[in-house]
Design a protein around this ligand. Sequence first.
Ligand code: SF4
Ligand code: SF4
Length: 291
Amino acid sequence: MSEGTRGLLLSGVGGQGVILASMIVADALLNAGFDVKQSEVHGMAQRGGSVFSHIRWGEDVDSPLVPKGSAEVLAAFEWAEAIRWVEYVREGGAVVADIRTIVPPGACNDKRAWTERYPGIDAELFNDRQLKTRLVDAAATATELGNVRAANSVILGSVAAFLDVEQDHWEAAIERLVPRGTVEINLAAFREGREVAMARVPRPPIAPEGFSGPHQIDINHVWCKGCDICSRVCPEYCLAVDVDGRLNIINPEACTGCRLCELLCPDFAIEIHAPQTPAAMADANPAGGTT
Ligand code: SF4
Ligand code: SF4
């Protein structure tokens, strides 16, 4: 495999628009200046069967085929297709899956039984592999925006949240490739999909009342790729990436808890926690100060 080459897999069912989605991803990566190789879409597109496309990008890509266990992201436009292809995702990679379910044509003889056999939607199914899973109700989101046919752009927006490709490159690809008259709705769906992927569980207020000590910075080094975004946006110069590409906390006392680093990290690799009061620190470390 070429050094620095990365991969992405798109999967869905014939008729879902996987071909167009794959073209948009490849075009966005080309716009960003990468060498890109995209496989033809394989599968039974005309018969409602499983359809998939491989994309690889980097400085100099030799083959479009993504080896198993190496994809940065799996974009699945149907839930069973996410399960079918998840083995292609690397440890710590991301799965963006539409929660829509499509009955395979072969199951139509036995419609009652398919509902029992179809795998249940489970956001925690891939937890043992530390995958970042985003389940997206793309059709509902696109319908709310005004056109269910923009659902695939919701999924692409969520995929974009995991890749280092500027928004402008994605939007240029969408503008170039989606059917005339649908650019605005697809752009809106893309932006919403990105928000969905970035959304976090609401948290309690970040600082205990009346206390203003430094916030706690928590870096997940397994997920952090040392891209330097967080250290460049930190207004207090708390963070720095060293020559080995490892992110370090160099000024912990200065962290104000603004959460810019957390919100802009594309890999969800940094979290900011409320400052600990002296009482909480003493509780956590009852032996503190005795040595
Ligand atoms: S924490 Fe996130 S933004 Fe910061 S260097 Fe790591 S991957 Fe990049
Ligand atoms: S929360 Fe704000 S101040 Fe603290 S490390 Fe992140 S960007 Fe810097």
